[in-house]
Design a protein around this ligand. Structure first.
Ligand code: SF4
Length: 371
């Protein structure tokens, strides 16, 4: 090490992470601006600017004094996301973004346009520790939990885009990278932030949290006051297969997951959705459908059958259409409510984690917004 005379270590440039404004609660923002000598109403103006006007920078808020805008720009991180790659599906209805976070971690989020809805699928972790073998995120490993502000920022990014067309984000699904219940505090802070009537004001019922079945988290969710929809990714109807497809099953086997779901329904009187990714010759036999029906019998439940969104190079393939239909028929014969979900953005690696994996391997995206 290079020492100065007298044994001192020379000063080095240390990069101190800037405070992210989206990680502040309303009270914390009030406190900060009060410390800066601003009047009390400034916090309301900034909050409104962030979550209602969807300002992408402090300068976009014309009602703030210039000196405050400058200070906010210099001292506070306004948006933690840097878009790296934008992909647009050929039909123009699905957009996928790969973002860099301030520490270099990468996350994906997807915007899906439907007839009367604009849905954001967001990530709650950079990577995922669950390690499902059919999922690109699971294969890419776990980096870290996202903060509440980093989760909310994904919605705000797309909200600014649809606002330019005079529209609003109507739905949010927490089904991107990561397991939301493994990052419980940040995830629920983000949900409450999005739900805030003085802010983004998205109804709790317009949000769906998807989990692979972290039992303590499901039980805890049953007592949250926000009526967010619960989706549980099953992908197999017996423990032997689920141990392989969703490795957390070894810790929380199906019986415990279903018991937690029954508890959730009893507490909330709300239906649980079960996601089942249909994989050819893996979990799509008639026998699997009968087992699934037996497992869910008597529960207030709905099944979403999703032909797998294939990861390039993976051995797992989507079930053919005829098999999907046969599987659905069996569930219907057992009076299990179910739908086959549309797969979106197949041409843009919209499956969870595929874009990040692609980027890491140094490959060019298949299709980009600039094409
Ligand atoms: S499917 Fe979900 S839980 Fe499984 S590895 Fe992928 S992101 Fe994680």
């Amino acid at each position: 090490m290079n020492m100065l005379p007298g044994g001192c270590i020379p000063p080095q440039e240390v990069s101190v992470p800037r405070l992210s404004i989206l990680d502040l609660s309303k009270e914390q923002l009030q406190h900060l601006l009060r410390e800066w000598g601003e009047p009390a109403y400034r916090a309301r103006q900034v909050w409104h600017g962030l979550y209602c006007q969807l300002a992408g920078t402090p300068e976009a808020l014309s009602n703030l004094p210039k000196a405050l805008c400058t200070r906010l720009s210099q001292e506070i991180l306004w948006d933690p996301l840097t878009p790296l790659t934008t992909l647009r599906s050929r039909d123009g209805q699905t957009y996928k973004l790969l973002f860099a976070l301030p520490d270099g971690a990468q996350v994906e989020a997807v915007l899906m346009h439907y007839a009367r809805r604009h849905t954001v699928c967001l990530s709650t972790q950079a990577g995922c520790a669950i390690g499902c073998p059919f999922c690109a995120t699971g294969q890419g490993g776990f980096q870290r939990n996202l903060s509440a502000g980093e989760i909310v920022a994904q919605v705000l990014y797309f909200a600014r885009q649809v606002a330019a067309q005079g529209e609003r984000i109507t739905n949010v699904v927490l089904m991107g990278m990561g397991e939301p219940l493994a990052n419980y505090e940040a995830t629920w802070t983000a949900i409450r932030r999005l739900n805030d009537p003085e802010g983004f004001n998205l109804g709790a019922r317009a949000m769906t949290l998807s989990t692979v079945g972290l039992v303590p988290g499901i039980r805890r969710m049953a007592h949250e006051s926000e009526q967010v929809n619960l989706a549980v990714s099953l992908h197999a109807a017996n423990d032997a297969l689920r141990d392989q497809l969703v490795p957390i099953n070894r810790r929380f086997p199906l019986a415990q997951v279903l018991e937690a779901c029954r508890y959730y329904v009893a507490q909330t009187h709300r239906r649980v959705s079960f996601e089942y990714a249909l994989m050819a010759d893996v979990n799509d036999r008639d026998e699997d459908a009968h087992q699934l029906a037996e497992l869910l019998g008597g529960l207030l439940a709905h099944v979403n059958l999703i032909p797998l969104n294939p990861t390039p190079g993976s051995l797992f393939r989507p079930s053919p259409r005829a098999r999907v239909q046969a599987f659905q028929r069996i569930l219907q014969q057992h009076h299990i409510s179910c739908t086959v979900r549309l797969r979106r953005g197949l041409d843009i690696q919209a499956g969870c984690g595929q874009l990040r994996l692609h980027q890491r391997e140094g490959k060019k995206p298949l299709l980009s917004g600039n094409d």
